[in-house]
Ligand binder design. Sequence first.
Ligand code: C2E
Ligand code: CA
Ligand code: CA
Length: 656
Amino acid sequence: MSLLADISPRRALVLLMIAVVLLASGIWMAIRLTTDHLIDSEARSDAQDWALYMAQNVPDLRQIAAGEQPSAASLDFLQKTIRSGPVVRYVIFNRYGYSQFLADHGKAAAVDVSQFSRAAEQAAKTGQTITDRASDEGLAGAGYLVRAFVPVIEQGVVVGTVSASIDENMKLAHIRHVFLVAALSISALTVIAFTLPAVAWYFRTREKQQADRRIRFLAHHDPLTELANRERLIERLNGALMLATPGDRVALHFVDIDRFKEVNDWLGHDGGDFLLKTIAERLSTLTRVDDYVARLGGDEFVVIQPHIEDDSQALGFAERIAALLGQPIPFKEQQIKISVTVGVAIWPSDGTDSERLLKSADIALYCGKNAGRNCIRRFAPEMDAELRQRHKLERIVRDAVIENRLELNFQPVFAMAGKSLIGFEALARLPNPEGGYVPPDVFIPIAEDLRLIDKIGTWVLHEACRTALTWPGDLTVAVNVSPIQFESQSIEKAVADALRDSGLPPHRLELEITETLLLRSDGKAIPVLKRLKAMGVSVVMDDFGTGYSSLSYLWKFPFDKIKIDRSLMASFEKSGRNAEAVVRSIIALGREMNMRVTVEGVETAKQVEFLYDANADQVQGFYFGRPVPAGEIAADLLNRLREQRESASAAPAAQS
Ligand code: C2E
Ligand code: CA
Ligand code: CA
């Protein structure tokens, strides 16, 4: 069987069947030869017995052999014998081999016209019985005729020869039939004996071959999507680059699902798998024969697009990829909506070998991710520098978290009415080892990507609460919370711990969240926000009026406060009336919905004047105070409180 292992099971089975057929026919041949031999020897001895029997029972045999007529008694005996026995012919020869008398089966015996028989002559000469196979000799239907020539010896002298012919046809047919049945049975048994194990072996081998094929397939493919894996991709890419002619270009598209981890957490394992499979299918539908799709693991897919004429063809294809994958994916009565970032590298300009090309596409993807995802980026040489810068920043963020080097600044917030200080917003600061600070707009997204934001957020909460407790009265502290902190579900515990550890009354803590949280969590954050609110802390909608800004989010949760994004104040001087109108309507909306409205980024007296007129509740901005470290607050605070006291005492004086 091991020899057959290299042959395909189908061919092996055919070979086995041939072997079985050969064996069966061999058996059949052997049986035939044996039966023929058996019949022949039996017939010869029968014929001899009958010839002897006659020689002994015909008294005037010598006379008949000498040419006389048989006596009446002998004739009668001969006729009876020929009718009843298996002998079809008796012949009596003289001692020279010439027939003198002949009796045929069914016919009366007759005196023969003399005919010579060599066998009869031989028998007479040698005194030995001779047997032979005869042709039918005119006896119709006698196919298998055996003759025996028995010399008749009287007183030591041969007087003639008697021959008896026996027809063994019937017997032969019968024996052949019996043996045929036996041969067929043996053949059938042999076939079964061979075939059953052969068939069993065939199926086992086929199963094994299928399993082997599957194992070989899996070695080069991703089991979930059945797409090629990294190893196979590199092989294909090498092949595509080898086949590319000088005028050709080969594009490599790195496709990565934006925020796949969140989608995966949200949908559960099944949903995540379903999403990946759907993406694999969609990518496959987009490709032409020469294109090649692979999954590098996780949510990273790669498409090779060989034989393109110019770069725009590659970018057009990337756009089609992004558009198709952006189409809603129906899953369990839901519609999964995702976006992807695509990094494109083109041979030969972005890399002359597959390794460099993959790296370029990866870098392009990376830059797309850093640029806020949901975009297509073609590799550019300066991206290398961008990537190095990003790696540097990642290291700074990591080190700062490990070494606890983050700092917290506090920016005052004032009530419009009476311009009284009501609290501070805590803003994280990351010292740059090379001097200065890394802006939060830069390091917070990196910390989010690195999943360090939970740690940072928890630290900020503790630090902010602890600091706020050193402030007088009811001054509040606002803490910015990243959407990522809601994903890990650690936010409730972090807030509760910070309040408990610091002893700060919950109503003095404000949590600032952005619309992105509600947008991305698809409503899942709402119950968490409700529980936070139930703890007594305030929840603030930050950066309102930018980005996705949809009023619908204001209806979804009873925010305590809306913070109008600083970009509106920044454009105030330029866009004038427009910004004014937006700010006025947000303030009116807040009034309507029982939410206070804070305006951020107030920098000029003119803006303050307008906000006063527009009836804003609270203000925050460089005009009133920049973010400062906790240690510098004391002085600032003292000044403000003194101012407040002065204005409070000045008012009654003016009245009097
Ligand atoms: P934000 O929550 O909108 O914070 C207000 C930002 O506006 C602060 O920038 C502040 O310095 C700046 N700002 C205040 N007044 C003025 C003004 O009059 N003019 C101008 N041009 N800017 C003003 P910062 O500190 O650079 O923070 C930027 C963003 O980083 C914050 O925006 C916030 O989204 C995020 N961030 C800061 N600290 C944290 C934190 O501890 N956790 C989280 N998750 N995010 C933080
Ligand atoms: Ca804020
Ligand atoms: Ca803000």
